[in-house]
Every structure is written in structure tokens, then in C-alpha cells.
Design a protein around this ligand. Structure first.
Ligand SMILES: Nc1ncnc2c1ncn2[C@@H]1O[C@H](COP(=O)(O)OP(=O)(O)O)[C@@H](O)[C@H]1O
Ligand SMILES: [Mg+2]
Length: 317
């Protein structure tokens, strides 16, 4: 008895479809997860068991095996909790397999069966759209994912609501896209007195999307001018907005499900670490360079940055 649920694994800003297979077989009772899970995915087992307990569903006295396929792709993050739980429920014939196969699911489970928001709902919705499937994600991620209009996005608050939806007992309504984030109160260029040439340079850089290096004595107004650059940049085009929001979604910093409409402004401190600026690290999160995509990356006190960080800027620039 094998049941399949679908989820995604993130590779950079791309979400790749992952098949979550569950088989129930005779043998020593147990619950194993294979397919290159990281620590957070392995721990899904405990959360899934507890959430089932909250729903008064008992695991059978048989051997449950969950495989995350493709098995050679590393799986990271707690968002596999929901698809694993659903695959198990389908294998136990509690939810219908055909219904489940039409969805991509992601979400972290709390021990009481609540769904906890996770990062990356927007790229996941794009992946679901490409594959012509619906998306099931935690309630707080629904507004963000619903920006991808091509997919029906369902945003339940807990595991019971998902089960009731899949068994047609209480179908869920489609989530609505979140409100557009109001533009941050930006400082105005008119506050800068004089400095006509510097202002002109700033305007040309904003219009032509050029890089800008400001050199001058302390107190000349360099930081002040740079902080006013986002204020004179045009709003993002819809394609740029989606692209930039996908990166912010992966980093889990998209507020209230709104997508970004204004160019982002990133100002890393010169003591920030290499992964913080360039991205990567153990859980491969986007760094400040990526977060500034289609916006402004402002490196104040530029010569103070460590040389290896400056060298990594060569390629993006
Ligand atoms: N052209 C200017 N118009 C208005 N205020 C200015 C101007 N130049 C400098 N200032 C004032 O001096 C302060 C210090 O400038 P700052 O931008 O920090 O200089 P820098 O980064 O070049 O060392 C600013 O916060 C601002 O109050
Ligand atoms: Mg300064």
C-alpha cells in the first residue's frame, strides 16, 4: 500500500517538486523517513505522531516507511511535516489518494496539529502552477502564495481542516492575495542642501541602474545621499516584483503576505559575515546581495568591509 503526496525542495530560488511516498508494510512497528532528510525533516516523525494524537488517529502496528524522492536531492526544513502527514493518512486510507495527488503541500506541524508558517510559499506556488496542482500551505502563508493566480491556494489553520477538505467534509475556500505592502516612509532627496552634482549623479544612477561609488571627507553627506536613493527609484514592474518577492519569501521576511512593490534597500554593516552578505551558509539562505535584487545594496564605509567579501562582489557587479 503506497500513497503519494507532493511537496517541494528549494534549490536557490527554484522550488523542485518532491514526491513524498509512504508505504505501510508488515514487520516490526516503526516509522522511518529516508531520502536525504536533514535533522528538521527527520524530526518531522515526532511532530506528525503528536499531531495524529491530537486528531485521535492511531498509527497502525505495522512498519511505515516514508521516502522523499528524488532520493539524491537533499531535503531541508520543517515544511515537509504536512506532506509526510498527508502521505501517511493516504496510506492508511483516511484521505483519498486521488485528491491528495492533485495538491502540493508544505507546512510545519505543531504538536497539537496546528500549521505553523514556513518560508518559501511563493516559489512553492510557482512550482505548483507549473505542475498544474493546487497548493496547500499554512494559513499565514496563504496571502503570499495566492499572488500566483494560476493555482488554487488553500490555507488551512490545522491538520484537521486539511483532512476535512480532502475528504470533502468541509471544503476550504481559496486564499486571497495579501495586501500590497505600503511603501516605506522614505527620506526625500529634497532634504539635501546643495550638492547639485552629487544629486545629479544619484539621479543618473537610479534612472540607468548604474553602480555608484561616493568618495569624500566625513560629514560630506555621502550616507545621507545614499539613503535617499530608493525614494527616487520607480516602483518595481510586476515581473520584478514577483522575482524580488520570491527571494524575500525564501528568506521568510515577506510581511503580511504582501509582495514587494518598491525597490528593496539593503544596508549590511561592514562587520557582517560573508554568508550574511553573499548568502549560502548551512541552510543556504539568500544574503544581502540577493535580497537587494532589483533594488539598492548600500555598503556604507566600503573600505572597512573584509577583502574576501569585496572580492565576491566582482561577479554580481
Ligand atoms: N548637503 C547636505 N544637506 C543637508 N544636511 C547635510 C548635508 N551634508 C551633510 N549633512 C548633515 O550631516 C550629517 C552627516 O552626513 P553623513 O551623510 O553621515 O556624511 P558622510 O556619510 O559623508 O560621512 C547628515 O546626517 C546631515 O544631517
Ligand atoms: Mg557616512
Amino acid at each position: 500500500m503506497v500513497a503519494i503526496a507532493y511537496s517541494v525542495a528549494f534549490e536557490g530560488v527554484e522550488a523542485r517538486l518532491v514526491e513524498v511516498q509512504c508505504s505501510v508494510a508488515a514487520g516490526l512497528p516503526g516509522f522511518g523517513i529516508v531520502g536525504l532528510p536533514d535533522k528538521a525533516v527527520s524530526e518531522a516523525r515526532e511532530r506528525v505522531k503528536a499531531a495524529f494524537g491530537a486528531l485521535s488517529i492511531a498509527l497502525p502496528n505495522r512498519r511505515l516507511t516514508v521516502n522523499l524522492s528524488p532520493a539524491d536531492l537533499p531535503k531541508e526544513g520543517s515544511h515537509f511535516d504536512l506532506p509526510i502527514a498527508l502521505a501517511v493518512l493516504a496510506a492508511l486510507e483516511i484521505v483519498p489518494k486521488e485528491e491528495l495527488a492533485r495538491c502540493v503541500a508544505l507546512g510545519e506541524l505543531a504538536l497539537d496539529g496546528r500549521l505553523v508558517p514556513v518560508a518559501g510559499a511563493l516559489p512553492a506556488a510557482m512550482a505548483a502552477a507549473e505542475d498544474d496542482r493546487a497548493l496547500i500551505c499554512p494559513r499565514d502563508c496563504g496571502a503570499e502564495a495566492a499572488w500566483v493566480e494560476a493555482v488554487p491556494v488553500l490555507a488551512p489553520g490545522n491538520l484537521r481542516e486539511v483532512v476535512d477538505h480532502l475528504t470533502d467534509r468541509a471544503p476550504l475556500a481559496r486564499a486571497r492575495p495579501g495586501l500590497i505592502e505600503a511603501s516605506p516612509a522614505t527620506n526625500c532627496l529634497s532634504e539635501v542642501k546643495g550638492q547639485e552634482r552629487a544629486k545629479r549623479a544619484l539621479e543618473i544612477a537610479a534612472a540607468g541602474r548604474h553602480h555608484l561609488l561616493m568618495v569624500g571627507p566625513p560629514g560630506a553627506g555621502k550616507s545621507m545621499l545614499a539613503a535617499r536613493l530608493p525614494g527616487i527609484m520607480p516602483p518595481l514592474s510586476p515581473a520584478e516584483a514577483l522575482e524580488t518577492s520570491m527571494i524575500h519569501s525564501l528568506a521568510g521576511i515577506l510581511d503580511n503576505g504582501g509582495i514587494l512593490r518598491h525597490p528593496p534597500f539593503c544596508e549590511p554593516h561592514h562587520t557582517a559575515s560573508m554568508p550574511a552578505i553573499v548568502g549560502g551558509g548551512r541552510s543556504a539562505k539568500p544574503g544581502q546581495i540577493s535580497l537587494a535584487h532589483n533594488g539598492v545594496l548600500f555598503m556604507d564605509e566600503f573600505p572597512e568591509f573584509p577583502r574576501p567579501v569585496l572580492e565576491t562582489l566582482r561577479q554580481p557587479i
